[in-house]
Design a protein around this ligand. Sequence first.
Ligand code: CU
Length: 302
Amino acid sequence: MNKSTSNPNAGFNRWALYSIAFAIYFAAGIAYNWYAGEHANPILQIIFLPTTAIYAINPMHAARNDSMQGGGVDKLNWMIHGLMALLFVGWVGYFGYVLFRFRRPVNPVADYTGVKSHISTYIEGLVALVEGVLLIGFAIPLWAHAVQEFPAEKDSTVVHVIGQQFLWNVWYPGPDGFGTLDPNSGNVALDAKDPKSKGNFIMKNELVVPVGKPVIVHLSSRDVIHCFASKSLRVTQDAIPGLNIPAWFKPAIVGKYWIQCAQLCGSGHYSMRGMINVVSEEDYQKYLAENSKSAVPAGGYE
Ligand SMILES: [Cu+2]
């Protein structure tokens, strides 16, 4: 037997030393990340990984919600993170307690009876209950609102967005609505033979919409699965070849927002970014008028 195991206090002292060292490291990490903010050095951020992770999920750094329909997503996100934080503190706290309480120097012989209390079962039941409330009471209604409670097309800006390796084609309707696409074209192009294509136009990586009005985006893809995601506008929906999947959002603030493809879709995935330009109704009408003029001429090309 060496000296440390014969002394019942030796284990505790070592453990206390580790705890103090970790507390200092943790505090230094918090201080560093707080101080450095967005200019933090990546190597130091890795060295201070536990606190960097906490700093990274800081809601102050999450994309600001600039949509009118996205508040529920944020609320649900908060509740789920709150529950997870509670479980994290509970589990880690209990883990630390067990390490200390059952340390070797004071428990040289194992206890083969174990715990008789049922409290852990009750706690598990309670956690499952809270998770059930989050799922049935909040998550499912939120999803139903996003995918079933669509705003009326007549009150909305309606466009088609077609993903393609590695860009977004945005198809705007003309005065008679949407025409047809040319199936023989190697690109996403309008079929000028269809009279309804008159005034339609297709822009690349640019979606201009008026503020304060719902936008319905009919999503599809001409090659692989892409995903139309704009974090600040709280909209994310896959674009799948052969399907027309509508998604909607309601921009609240004039500004520019990224559309980032959120499905790994090939070697150029990283560069598959478009821009949603939220403008005033007046500017939107100007934009439509300007681009319809240079669009498919009346009567087609025949
Ligand atoms: Cu993509």
